[in-house]
Design a protein around this ligand. Structure first.
Ligand code: NDP
Length: 291
């Protein structure tokens, strides 16, 4: 691990593999600007199985806080000495820091980031609504406890590998109305459809149970891109009118990490507005109709 330590700056980092694409450094720098804070935020590629060693080096360099991304979130949870309830439930952590006694503490801000983007930024009401999440990986595990805390009438989980969806539901079903649904059988329309699969990273679209998308369905893709994501393009062709990608979640989960580390609450709207308009963005933004 090699980086030049900037004198007088607070050191934070994001670890994962791959890591070059991460937008966390620019988001955290925008937050730091709001408080006149000198922040050094490094991207560090870490091999699975070597996170503890990397964290020890970072701590020895005076690092204040670390964000964790794919595929290290479960490893981060398992090596932490102290876990928030969300990490204990989900078994995945995206935010690490060291306590005054030097203990490694872990939180997962993905669920709060998602729900803040859905409720505060997009204006959705989740209580009493019919939700469906596609995917049963680390991201789904991280957000399901927070989604259930918002008291939906039902949260259905659909995954390509149904046994994995069943295992996930078994972990969380005590928290609320959570069921597995098959991906290939027709289902009643849902109020909110969330794509938490990684299919979009390979420009693919997960199989959707027939009948779930109508013009009234809100569609949210945890994936984000400078152009309309494959999932959002697909649901638009199925008739969806309301859709949003996961950039807002990314900014909101980062804001919760920033709060954890620095005790300061950054303003997020201006950071989201700094998302650069890119090729194809006009099509995507016409598609997104805010309520
Ligand atoms: P995982 O590798 O843990 O899980 C991947 C999931 O996607 C599995 O359920 C897998 O199904 C499913 N999947 C992959 N390819 C396909 C396909 N072609 N068709 C159907 N299902 C598929 O990944 P994560 O859960 O950690 O991440 C999921 C996504 O969420 C990523 O795109 C990630 O970038 C995004 N994310 C966004 C965040 C944000 O802030 N916006 C925060 C966290 C994650 P199976 O079990 O059958 O293999």
């Amino acid at each position: 691990m090699q980086f030049l330590r900037l004198a007088g700056a607070t050191l934070c980092a994001v670890v994962g593999k791959p890591i070059a694409h991460s937008r966390s450094p620019s988001i955290h720098r925008f937050f730091a600007e709001q408080f006149g804070m000198a922040l050094q935020y490094e991207r560090i590629e870490v091999q699975p199985g070597t996170l503890a060693k990397a964290l020890e080096q970072l701590h020895n360099s005076g690092c204040h806080g670390v964000n964790v991304t794919v595929p290290l979130k479960e490893e981060a949870s398992s090596i932490a000495h102290e876990r928030t309830a969300c990490v204990a439930l989900s078994g995945a952590a995206n935010t690490l820091w060291w306590t005054d006694t030097g203990a490694l503490a872990a939180d997962n801000t993905d669920g709060t980031g998602l729900v803040t983007d859905l409720v505060r930024n997009w204006g959705l009401e989740l209580a009493g609504k019919n939700l469906l999440i596609l995917g049963a990986g680390g991201a789904a595990a991280g957000v399901i406890p927070t989604l259930l805390a918002a008291k939906p009438a039902l949260l259905q989980v659909v995954n390509r590998n149904q046994a994995r969806a069943e295992a996930l539901v078994a972990r969380f079903e005590a928290l609320g109305a959570l069921h597995v649904a098959p991906s290939n059988c027709p289902l009643a329309p849902v109020d909110l459809l969330i794509n938490a699969t990684s299919a979009g990273l390979r420009r693919q679209v997960p199989e959707l149970p027939p009948g779930i998308v109508t013009t009234a369905t809100y569609c949210y893709d945890l994936g984000y891109a400078n152009v309309e994501t494959p999932f959002l393009r697909h649901v638009r062709k199925l008739g969806a009118v309301y859709a949003r990608d996961g950039f807002g979640m990314l900014v909101e989960q980062a804001a919760r990490s920033f709060e954890r580390w620095h005790g300061l609450t950054p303003e997020t709207a201006s950071v989201m507005a700094r998302r650069l308009p890119q090729k194809g963005a006009s099509e995507a933004s016409r598609f997104e109709i805010r309520t």
